[in-house]
Design a protein around this ligand. Structure first.
Ligand code: ADP
Ligand code: MG
Length: 242
């Protein structure tokens, strides 16, 4: 598997002197292409900070992040914006769909804004995989939470990003919709070769990933390969107890 993202001694400190908080402490890891990784850990362990740094939404204090060998810190603001727009997709807890647009318009909007014509074959493939073909003319308020989040996921994928960053994507969904979304996220990795990095506090959601990284106090406490939900729960419990 080829390396997509590499972190080298990635460190993030908020504040200064006596108020300084080390959110990430010298993280060394890689994220491979076509891999579904979950990031877990107790509240305050650095999950969101790590996701934001990887996605170029926050600057590192020291160390570096390489995207296909390119150091994010070497990019100016314009280049970074272009990288985020062209190479990254985002799925957040709030779906962030535009209420006045149909599902289909929401999906193709980011490509249109970027001045690109979405590739019709690709968009159709995503729509089929996401199973939202019969909802395309509906507006967000005519869709269930699970359908809205699948539209948001389809939108994140429409521009063929190298990697999708997801922060608690199933956090607002009931258990049925949550399962639907996670099944589809898993399928876009296996069927459409997508790469996903997902922050979650939910062991059930994490069990859909092939790899689960556990953070504690800004460090990687555990890096699990294809763990079962039970293994995840026991690791989460042991981290929280200490
Ligand atoms: P998680 O997502 O795992 O709950 P975060 O990445 O949000 O953790 O936070 C990691 C640590 O960094 C926490 O101690 C948090 O209080 C601190 N932190 C996060 N964002 C900021 C900020 N903007 N300013 C100061 N401290 C922050
Ligand atoms: Mg967080």
């Amino acid at each position: 598997m080829s390396k997509l993202i590499e972190t080298i001694d990635l460190t993030k400190v908020y504040g200064e002197k006596e108020t300084a908080v080390t959110a990430l402490n010298s993280i060394n890891t890689t994220f491979n292409q076509n891999q579904f990784t979950a990031i877990m850990g107790p509240s305050g362990s650095g999950k969101s900070t790590l996701l934001h740094c990887l996605a170029g939404l926050d600057k590192v204090s020291s160390g570096s992040i390489l995207i296909k060998g390119v150091d994010l810190a070497s990019l100016n603001d314009k280049q970074l914006t272009k990288m985020r727009r062209d190479s990254f997709g985002f799925i957040f807890q709030a779906f962030n769909l535009i209420p006045t647009l149909t599902a289909e318009e929401n999906i193709t909007l980011p490509s249109s804004v970027a001045g690109k014509k979405p590739e019709q074959d690709w968009v159709e493939k995503i729509i089929n995989t996401m199973d939202i073909g019969d909802r395309l003319t509906h507006r967000p308020n005519e869709l269930s939470g699970g359908q809205q989040q699948r539209v948001a996921a389809a939108r994140a994928m429409a521009s063929k990003p190298e990697v999708i960053f997801a922060d608690e994507p199933s956090g607002n969904l009931d258990s049925k919709s949550s399962k639907e979304l996670l099944v589809f996220m898993k399928s876009i990795v296996s069927e459409l070769n997508q790469t996903i990095v997902m922050v979650t506090h939910d062991p059930y959601a994490a069990s859909f990933a092939e790899r689960v990284i556990m953070l504690k106090d800004g460090e990687i406490a555990n890096d699990l390969d294809n763990p079962t939900q039970e293994e995840i729960v026991s690791q989460v419990t042991s981290l929280t107890d200490i």
